[in-house]
Write a protein that binds this ligand. Structure first.
Ligand SMILES: CC(C)(COP(=O)(O)OP(=O)(O)OC[C@H]1O[C@@H](n2cnc3c(N)ncnc32)[C@H](O)[C@@H]1OP(=O)(O)O)[C@@H](O)C(=O)NCCC(=O)NCCS
Length: 451
């Protein structure tokens, strides 16, 4: 196997939900040894909420290991269960910190301090430690103790205000846009701190807040107010100065294409691709300002042209004359997209452990390719799947000591299932009835060629 960029870096991550797991997944894909520490007594997100679905809707056996979020965010991570509410759990974590480079965590500020696992406590056991806290509003500040999810940050950071139709209500930037953005920022911050430590030998504390990451996403609106005293309306699909700039209906059920023309030249090229119909010569559409002012009519005319065409056909026609355009795809469309297929963006992962059933399922790759040191999808772990390896190989614990930890409930390979919880199958027809899903394909395995 080719060498990986982060080989030799060991990261301990105490994480949940999406914002941090997304970033540490990237570091694991790039070859870092990422040890995911979780409590087998706090398995809420494995059993409920987003991504709780179990592969193929099969609920038998160790269903918690075939959970969707495991598959999506925890790949390439070695799983260690540790009950950190017990002093022995904390002690083991500290032993692990001594032989690691980075600790990351995304609990509510204060939680790690209460466990004695904040930066200043852990720096005592590993002076050059890099420690990342990923929180809603930062580790300091008047809202430091507040909890956050992407939905709440969306609203505060200005994004929701800029999403949604003109004159309509603020919309969520789906799906959990801030979580994934926070994830990337978490990964970048850790890489920068590793680089700095290599040059100086010094570790440091990274305080990354979802709120601030969110605000960086609306830089243009901030600048508009700072410089021009302007507050823009919700733009819908439109642009503040380019027209056409929109999303147009195509042939088929819920099929759309986007088109952007920035200049008179691109407008002329768009017209020629449409066959230069007479309406395009109307003086209403002659200059960029005039096109912008007459967008309602312009969009209607363009949609008359797109509506009987396939979305890919429109893209090919327009891209052929240099006008940026692309189909609006859903998950199925992406998984079947020929371009992504050619670039091997959804590599097939061979199952392992209890996850054998994942089979040759497509996985989302990292979006960038390093020519010498590519990332890789190596394995999916199970709850506590590397307890033995970490405790015996890395920390030198004897079989008796490990057995004692299991007996005391500090580690386990089985979760403590909350009383009254029984896994429920996902009833697709019912979800369709209530509108939670738009549709489903019974034969999706065939469509995706999953054996
Ligand atoms: C998402 C969030 C609101 C959830 O809040 P919550 O479920 O009440 O959880 P908290 O973070 O407040 O607390 C986590 C608890 O788990 C405990 N815990 C975590 N790992 C543990 C382990 N391995 N063993 C024992 N306890 C553990 C912590 O000690 C803490 O307990 P405490 O409340 O008694 O101090 C909150 O975690 C948060 O704001 N996180 C930062 C922002 C974030 O990442 N949001 C999710 C975006 S996808």
């Amino acid at each position: 196997m080719k060498r990986m960029p982060l080989e030799g870096v060991r990261i301990i991550t105490i994480e949940d939900f999406l914002a941090l797991p997304w970033g540490t997944k990237m570091l694991a894909d790039l070859g870092a040894e990422v040890i995911l520490v979780q409590s087998h007594k706090r398995v809420g997100t494995r059993l409920a909420g987003a991504f709780s679905g179990v592969l193929d809707n099969k609920l038998g056996g160790k269903f918690w290991n075939r959970n969707g979020r495991n598959f999506a965010f925890s790949r390439n991570k070695l799983m260690l269960t540790l009950d950190l509410s017990k002093p022995k759990g904390v002690e083991i974590l500290k032993e692990l910190v001594k032989i690691s480079d980075v600790v990351t965590q995304n609990f509510r500020p204060g939680a790690m301090k209460r466990l004695g696992l904040d930066y200043y406590s852990l720096r005592k056991v590993k002076p050059d430690l890099i420690y990342l806290s990923s929180s809603g509003y930062g580790e300091e500040g008047i809202w430091e103790g507040y909890g956050a999810f992407a939905r709440t940050i969306d609203g505060m950071c200005g994004l929701s205000n800029l999403c949604g139709y003109i004159g309509g209500e603020p919309q969520r930037a789906n799906p959990s846009y801030i979580d994934t953005t926070q994830g990337w920022n978490n990964a970048i911050a850790v890489l920068m701190a590793l680089y700095y430590r290599r040059r100086t030998g010094k570790g440091q504390w990274i305080d990354n807040s979802m709120y601030e990451v969110g605000v960086t996403c609306i830089g243009e609106a901030l600048m508009d107010y700072q410089m021009n005293d302007r507050i823009a309306p919700r733009p819908g699909n439109r642009h503040s100065s380019w027209a056409p700039h929109g999303c147009y209906k195509c042939r088929g059920d819920d099929k759309w294409v986007t088109i952007v023309a920035r200049s008179d030249k691109e407008w002329e090229d768009l017209c020629s691709a449409m066959g230069s119909p007479s309406w395009t010569k109307d003086k209403k559409f002659a200059g960029s300002l005039s096109r912008w002012k007459n967008q309602d009519e312009l969009d209607k005319k363009i949609e008359e042209w797109t509506s009987n065409k396939d979305q890919y056909e429109v893209m090919r026609l327009l891209q052929g004359v240099g006008v940026p355009s692309g189909p609006v795809l859903d998950a199925k469309g992406l998984l079947l997209d020929p371009h992504l297929k050619e670039r091997d963006f959804f590599p097939r992962f061979k199952g392992n452990n209890d996850l054998g059933e994942s089979g040759a399922r497509p996985c989302v790759n990292l979006p960038f390719k390093l020519s010498l040191t590519p990332s890789s999808i190596r394995f999916h772990d199970t709850l506590g799947g590397h307890n033995e390896y970490i405790l015996s190989q890395l920390l030198g614990k004897s079989a008796d000591e490990i057995a004692e930890l299991r007996k005391e409930g500090i580690i386990s390979e089985e979760p403590v299932i909350p009383e009254g919880f029984t896994p429920q199958p996902i009833e697709l027809e019912r979800l369709k009835e209530v509108g939670t899903i738009r549709d489903y394909d019974k034969n999706f395995r065939e469509i995706l060629d999953i054996k």
